[in-house]
Ligand binder design. Structure first.
Ligand SMILES: Nc1ncnc2c1ncn2[C@@H]1O[C@H](COP(=O)(O)OP(=O)(O)OP(=O)(O)O)[C@@H](O)[C@H]1O
Ligand SMILES: [Mg+2]
Length: 245
């Protein structure tokens, strides 16, 4: 079943200039969809619109049948959105932030400790649970953001560069957890600049160039489509063929 439907989305930040030029794609149950594209292609813009935080100029987006324009509040209960720009309160601690967001999401009081243990253990946060955020490393802050964004066990996960700035071990903790969420039937949309992450994790990848999806498929399909020897070469070819100066 299709959980996310993106239908002919256009977005202009300024008059007479389109950042997103008619993007459509669907994401199914238990599927990881990757957005891959150069800086400025429009990945974050698209993800903000799918998360209802930014309104498209035209087109429609449905999450679990809910309309992003009309049903934003209901959609928030079913999605998680993570971006590189989210900042955690530096004076707080992982423990306090978790409790705060758990309450915000109406998580029943008795299930908060269990949920916290699972997420903190998964990402190795437990020993740092009572440290101040400002004392944590970049990677640990990122893992705390991820744990908090998953508090309400969202059906749809929208992660903008989730492994950005993470070392290979930490990155693997995150990608392994995303695989587990997929196996539990969650739908995941992620963007990344790391080809190995896209290739290993994504069931399908949309290659975004200048606000358009110029090709879509698994990494293997994209390689075959372009006749190139590897995934990076396939991406470069698609970029060169479609980017207009
Ligand atoms: N609030 C804004 N107002 C005007 N233009 C914007 C705004 N936000 C983004 N843009 C422009 O829209 C285009 C797409 O930006 P976006 O951040 O979506 O790209 P991206 O694919 O996420 O890039 P990156 O890989 O660098 O994160 C860029 O040209 C950017 O300058
Ligand atoms: Mg971006």
């Amino acid at each position: 079943m299709q959980i996310v439907n993106v239908n002919d989305i256009h977005k202009s930040y300024i008059k007479n200039s389109e950042t997103i030029k008619g993007v459509s794609f669907n994401v199914g149950d238990g599927e990881i969809y990757g957005l891959l594209g150069p800086n400025g292609a429009g990945k974050t813009t698209l993800m903000l619109m799918i998360s209802t935080l930014l309104e498209p100029t035209s087109g429609s987006i449905f999450i679990n049948g809910l309309d992003s324009r009309r049903d934003a509040l209901e959609i928030h209960k079913h999605i998680s959105f993570l971006t590189t720009e989210i900042k955690l309160d530096p004076q707080s601690t992982p423990n306090k932030l978790f409790d705060f967001f758990a309450e915000l999401y109406d998580i029943p009081k008795e299930s908060i400790p269990g949920r916290k243990t699972v997420l903190f253990e998964t990402f190795g946060i437990t020993p740092f649970a009572d440290r101040m955020i400002k004392e944590l490393s970049t990677g640990m802050k990122q893992k705390v953001s991820i744990a908090i964004s998953l508090i309400h066990d969202p059906k749809v996960i929208i992660f903008d560069e989730p492994t950005n700035g993470l070392d290979i071990l930490t990155s693997r903790q995150v990608t392994d957890y995303l695989k587990r969420l997929r196996s539990e039937g969650h739908s995941i949309i992620l963007s990344t600049h790391i080809f190995s992450v896209a290739q290993e994790l994504c069931d399908r990848i949309g290659v975004l160039v200048d606000g358009k999806i110029v090709a879509e498929g698994s990494a293997e399909e994209l390689i075959n489509m372009t006749g190139e020897p590897g995934f990076e070469e396939a991406f470069l070819k698609l970029y060169m063929e479609n980017h207009k100066e």
